[in-house]
Ligand binder design. Structure first.
Ligand code: NAD
Ligand code: 13P
Length: 352
C-alpha cells in the first residue's frame, strides 16, 4: 500500500480546513493513503449529539466550520490514541495551550519514523526560557517537526480563495517537500525555507501585533495609526526573533509567514476582532469574556502569547526594547487603558 498515512491532530476552524486541503490531495496522490483521520476533542452539541458523530454523518464540522464539506475521506475520531496509531505523518493544529497535554497522552503511542508538522501559532514559556511548539512536540515525542505558517485566514481558504503559506524546516529538505506536496493546491501555494524558528516566531508574534491593530480599530484611530502599529510590531517581531535565535533569517519576514500573515491578521483576524471589541468597551469587559461571546468556542492566541512574551522580556530585562509587545500585555491585563497603545515614552523609530 501507499507509504504515508496522515492524521490531523485537531479539528477547530483551521484544523478542519487543513483536513479538507490534505484530503483533496491524498485522494489524488498515490504515495498517500486516501483516508485522513482527524482527532476531535469531543463535545456535545446543543441538540445532544456528539460532535465527532455529527462530522462523520454530515461530512462537515458543524461547530467550527459549518457549511463546508471536508471530503468523504476525512474520518473524525474522538479517540486520540486510535487516531494516531496507524499514521506516520502527524499534522498538529490545536490552540497552543493544549499541545503539552495532548503530547503527554501520545508518549509511546506513535509509530517509529513518524514525521510531524505544526500549524500552531504560539509558544510555551518554561523556566529555561521560551519553547516553540514544534520544539515541544520534538522534545516530548522524539520526532522531527516542521512548521507551516502563512497568511491563512481559515474561512477564506475553506472557500478556496487563493493564498500562500510557508513551511519551515530544520534539515531535511525532502521531508519539507513531502509536506508541501500534501498541502499544495492551485489555490494554496506552499514554499519551504530552512528556518523553523523564524517561520514559527513570525506566526506566533504577529498575533500580539494583531491585538494592537484591533485596539486601534476599536478607538477609530484610522489607517495611518494602524499602519504605524503594524510597522512597529513587525520590527519588534524581527528583533525578538533574532535575539532568541541568532539563526533567524531576515528573508523569512518577507515570506507569506511574515509580512503577509501580519497584514491579513491585522485586517481580518479573530485577535483583531476581539481586541476591537475590547477597546470599544473601554477595557471594561475582559478578553476571556469577549472571546467566549464573539468566537463561540474558537480560541484567541494573541492574549496568551502577549503574556508569554512579557515573561521573556521581563526575565531578560528587555522590556524597554519592546514597547509595543510590553504595552499590549499591560492593556490586556487592564493595567493600562487601550489608548496606551499609541503612547510611547521613547522615540520608537530607533527602538529596535
Ligand atoms: P480554534 O480556534 O477553532 O479552537 C477551537 C478548537 O480547540 C476546537 O477544535 C476545540 O475542540 C479545541 N479544544 C477546546 N478545548 C480543548 C482542550 N481542552 N483540549 C484540546 N482541544 C480543545 O482552532 P483553530 O482555528 O484550528 O486554531 C488552531 C491553531 O491554528 C492556532 O494556533 C491558530 O493560531 C492557528 N491558525 C488559525 C487560523 C484560523 O484562521 N483559524 C489560521 C492559521 C493558523
Ligand atoms: P486569528 O487567530 O487572529 O484569526 O489569525 C488567523 C491567522 O493566523 C491567519 O493566518
Amino acid at each position: 500500500g501507499p507509504p504515508y498515512r496522515v492524521t490531523v491532530v485537531g479539528s477547530g476552524n483551521w484544523g478542519s480546513v487543513a483536513a479538507k486541503l490534505i484530503a483533496s490531495n491524498t485522494v489524488k496522490l498515490p504515495v498517500f493513503h486516501d483516508e485522513v483521520r482527524m482527532w476531535v476533542f469531543e463535545e456535545t452539541l446543543p441538540n445532544g449529539e456528539k460532535l465527532s458523530k455529527a462530522i462523520n454523518q454530515t461530512n462537515e464540522n458543524v461547530k467550527y466550520l459549518s457549511g463546508i464539506k471536508l471530503g468523504k475521506n476525512v474520518i473524525a475520531d474522538p479517540d486520540l490514541e486510535n487516531a494516531v496509531k496507524e499514521a506516520n505523518m502527524l499534522v498538529f493544529v490545536t490552540p497552543h495551550q493544549f499541545v503539552a497535554g495532548i503530547c503527554k497522552r501520545l508518549v509511546g503511542k506513535i509509530k517509529p519514523n513518524t514525521e510531524a508538522i505544526s500549524l500552531i501559532k504560539g509558544m510555551e514559556v518554561k523556566t529555561e526560557g521560551p519553547c516553540m511548539i514544534s520544539k515541544l512536540i520534538t522534545d516530548m515525542l522524539g520526532i522531527n517537526c516542521c512548521v507551516l505558517m502563512g497568511a491563512n485566514i481559515a474561512n477564506e481558504i475553506a472557500v478556496e480563495k487563493f493564498s500562500e503559506a510557508t513551511i519551515g524546516y530544520r534539515q531535511d529538505k525532502e521531508v519539507a517537500q513531502r509536506w508541501a506536496q500534501l498541502f499544495c493546491t492551485p489555490y494554496f501555494l506552499v514554499s519551504a525555507v530552512q528556518d523553523v524558528e523564524g517561520v514559527e516566531l513570525c506566526g506566533t508574534l504577529k498575533n500580539v501585533v494583531a491585538i494592537a491593530a484591533g485596539l486601534v480599530d476599536g478607538m477609530d484611530m484610522g489607517n495611518n495609526t494602524k499602519a504605524a502599529v503594524m510597522r512597529i510590531g513587525l520590527r519588534e517581531m524581527r528583533a525578538l526573533s533574532k535575539l532568541l535565535f541568532s539563526s533567524v533569517k531576515d528573508s523569512t519576514f518577507f515570506e507569506s509567514c511574515g509580512v503577509a500573515d501580519l497584514i491579513t491578521t491585522c485586517l481580518g483576524g479573530r485577535n483583531r476582532r476581539v481586541a476591537e471589541a475590547f477597546a470599544r468597551n473601554g477595557g471594561k469587559r475582559s478578553f476571556d469574556d469577549l472571546e467566549a461571546e464573539l468566537l463561540q468556542g474558537q480560541k484567541l492566541q494573541g492574549v496568551s502569547t502577549a503574556k508569554e512574551v512579557y515573561e521573556i522580556l521581563s526575565h531578560r530585562g528587555w522590556q524597554s526594547m519592546f514597547p509595543l509587545f510590553t504595552t499590549v500585555h499591560e492593556i490586556c491585563i487592564r493595567q493600562l487603558p487601550p489608548s496606551a497603545i499609541v503612547e510611547y515614552k521613547e522615540q520608537i523609530t530607533n527602538a529596535t
